[in-house]
Structures are given as C-alpha cells and as structure tokens.
Design a protein around this ligand. Structure first.
Ligand code: SAM
Length: 390
C-alpha cells in the first residue's frame, strides 16, 4: 500500500523529467456530483508550461490552466476529496491509483500506453473546421459578443465541429458538382445548416446552394433573417413538411435528428433526388418498435427488458435503412457521431451513391424479407416509400 503523496511524487517526477503524457481523475466520490471526470494535460501558454484541467460535467466542459505547482496541489486535494481513481500516463509507465474510502492507496504500474509525448499546443490554436469568429455563431447564440463559446453551448459547438469534420472527410478527393445542391430536412434552429454552408462556401470555396426544410414557421423566419444578415445568399430556409416536399435533384441530403419516420421520408427524398451523399442521424425509432414481438425466442432473455427491446428496434430500423439504401446503390456506413455523453441520438448513417447490379439488388431484397420475417416486421417505413415509387 502507498499513500497519495507517492502518487503525487510520480506526477511531479514525470513533469520534471518530461515523460508526462496525461492524467485523468475519475470515479467521483459523490455519486450525485455533476463533475464526472477531470482530464489533465500539459499546455504551453505564453512560453510557460501549465497543467490544463478539463472538468467534464454532465452537460458541459470547463477548462482551467494552472502553473505546475498549483496544478499538482489541486490534484492532491481532488484525490483527497472528490475522486477515487486516477490514471497517470507517462512515456515510461502507466500508473493507476485506486483510493479506498478509508484513504489507503493502491498503485498499479504497467507498460506505457504512449511512448511519445503529445503536442503541447494550446487548444486555442488547435485547428477546428469552424472558425470561432463567424458572425452566424453569435447570432445563433453559440458565441458571446466577444467570440467565446457560451458555457452552455460547449457541447453544441463540439457537435457542430464534429459534424463538419465528418462531412469534410466524406467530400475529400471527390469531384463536386457546381452548384452543389444540399437539402437539410428538419433543419431546426439551423446550427448545422449554417455551419455546413460556411464550410462549403467559405472554406472549400464551392458554389453551394443549401435549403433547410423545416415545419416550424418561427424557426424558418429566424434562420432566413440570420442568413440574410450574414450575406449567406444561397442559404434558404423553407417552411414545409419533409413528406410533402417536392423531390428535386440533389447532391447531398442531410437529416439530423428528424423524428421517427421523418428520417425515412428524408432518406427517400435523397434517393429520389439522386443525391450523391445521404447523411442522417436518426432519432426515436417508434415505427418498428410497435411491430416487434419478443422474438426470436433465442433473444427472449434480452427482449424481456424494455430498454433492450428499444435498442433492438433502433438497430433493426437503422440496419434495414442501410440495407434499403444499398438496394439503391448506396455504399453505407453506420457509426457513432459524437460521444453518448452529449446526446443519446448519436448514430450516423452515411450513404455514398454508386451503382448496383440487378442480381445484387435481388439478393439484398431477399435478405431484407428474411430479416423482416425473422423479427416479425410487417412494414419498414423506408421500404414502403421505396415501393410506392416503383
Ligand atoms: C430535433 S430537431 C433537429 C434539428 C437539427 N437538424 C439539428 O440536428 O440540430 C428536429 C427538427 O425537425 C423538425 N421536423 C420534424 N418533423 C418534420 C417534418 N415532417 N418536416 C419538416 N420538419 C420536421 C422539427 O420541427 C425540429 O425543428
């Protein structure tokens, strides 16, 4: 057994010997405490080394930077009062400290996960796709007047950046049509629509024309006003419902967090519009859930739990959405959009248009029927929409 001081000494030594990689404090002592975790790294501020603490709470992150001595004292205090666990990564060893309620400390030393020190560049200089000076971000209430991300909008700002990163990767090395026509279905407050327009027009220098389709007139009016004041001439918000929206040729279809079958209607609009890219982040999967029985029998032990049945319906709905898109020649990927901490609606389905041969299409259709039968699904909303178009 050791005590906290010996762990603190390891931290000091690793900083002095420049082997420190990062440190995290976890397992809060108070279960109800809003502070979940603290991540600590070294940053250089005005040429002086600091410990940068990212305090991760349920809804947002706060960052504070301390000179080494103050930071190390903070760590000691936090381990005595607020956290049971700490993980120190150095280029020589990893150390895991586990503190008991009575204050005894167990330290496990293991091989280093990292053999190189990370960049000590401060976050402010970290390259993010979204420029923090953008006027629309202020008008949408993400930034304060002096260009700082508002306290309660940190997670949203990270989400917007992540979303643009995903699109940037998707568009990399692609030849894009001019004008590049995008429809964002269920655009809501327009955070992501504006960010995409800004990225395409001002960063990629593409002649992008974006339409945000939104059922709520108040949001449409507000977003159109902001688009005008920002000089985003080819960004337009249109009041209307996704299902009534007259299909038009598109290069990219986006639907982020469009409820339940609104996602299917949006995907269908993308297919009809021959969009080269379809990007959606589904939310609430009620349509399939209503049809599911606790079947197949082998899964009864899972499906007797409501939450797991809900997960099953999400997986089946989205898995079938991807297969249905594949029948239309899209190569699909499903992945986590952003960590669960920020939103539970965190899956993204991305489809990139290619071609498909009839034999492959028939195989996929048979596979879809087999899955539906196995899980007792009478109808999938996207399949029904595709059928009506035949
Ligand atoms: C959860 S919000 C998501 C907003 C935005 N896409 C985002 O991710 O930040 C869903 C939006 O879709 C709109 N919506 C829902 N059903 C719709 C429909 N059938 N047609 C058009 N808009 C719809 C809602 O009014 C709401 O603003």
């Amino acid at each position: 057994m050791s005590d906290i001081s010996s762990f603190i000494t390891q931290i000091s030594q690793s900083l002095n010997q420049q082997t420190f990689v990062k440190l995290s404090l976890g397992k809060p002592r108070q279960k109800l405490d809003d502070l979940k975790k603290i991540m600590i790294k070294v940053v250089q501020i005005k040429g002086q080394a600091h410990l940068s603490f990212t305090y991760r709470a349920t809804r947002n992150d706060t960052v504070k930077n301390y000179l080494y001595e103050v930071g190390i004292n903070q760590v000691k205090q936090l381990l005595q009062t607020s956290f049971f666990h700490a993980n120190l990564f150095t280029t020589q060893h990893d150390y895991q400290a586990m503190i008991s309620k009575k204050g005894s400390v167990r330290i496990i030393k293991s091989k280093p996960t990292f053999t190189e020190r990370p960049s000590q560049e401060h976050d402010r200089t970290k390259k993010r796709p979204i420029k923090q000076t953008a006027n629309y971000l202020q008008q949408l209430g993400i930034l304060t007047k002096d260009g700082k991300v508002k306290h309660d909008k940190q997670a949203k700002f990270r989400q917007i950046n992540k979303y643009i990163e995903i699109i940037a990767n998707l568009l990399k090395e692609q030849t894009l049509s001019t004008p590049f026509k995008v429809a964002d279905m269920g655009a809501g407050k327009g955070y992501l629509t504006f960010a995409l327009y800004d990225y395409l027009v001002n960063t990629l220098k593409i002649d992008a024309h974006i339409k945000g389709i939104e059922i709520r007139a108040d949001l449409v009016e507000k977003c159109n006003h902001i688009a005008q004041t920002c000089g985003f001439n080819n960004l337009q918000f249109v009041e209307g419902s996704i299902d009534n929206y007259a299909s038009e040729e598109l290069d990219m279809l986006i639907a982020l967090h469009a409820c339940d079958t609104a996602t299917d209607q949006a995907i269908y609009q993308g297919i009809q519009g021959k969009a080269s890219f379809i990007i959606c982040a589904p939310c609430c999967h009620k349509q399939i859930r209503k049809q599911l029985k606790k079947e197949p029998q082998e899964l009864a032990f899972i499906l007797k739990h409501g939450i797991l049945q809900e997960r099953q319906s999400e997986m089946l709905t989205d898995g079938l959405r991807a297969l249905l898109m594949e029948t239309k020649g899209y190569q699909t990927k499903i992945f986590e959009f952003i960590s669960n901490e920020h939103t539970s609606k965190n899956l993204m389905i991305v489809g990139k248009k290619g071609t498909i041969q009839t034999t492959k299409q028939n195989q996929l259709n048979q596979e879809i029927q087999r899955i539906k039968q196995q899980f007792n699904i009478q109808e999938h909303a996207l399949e029904a929409l595709i059928k009506t178009a035949r």
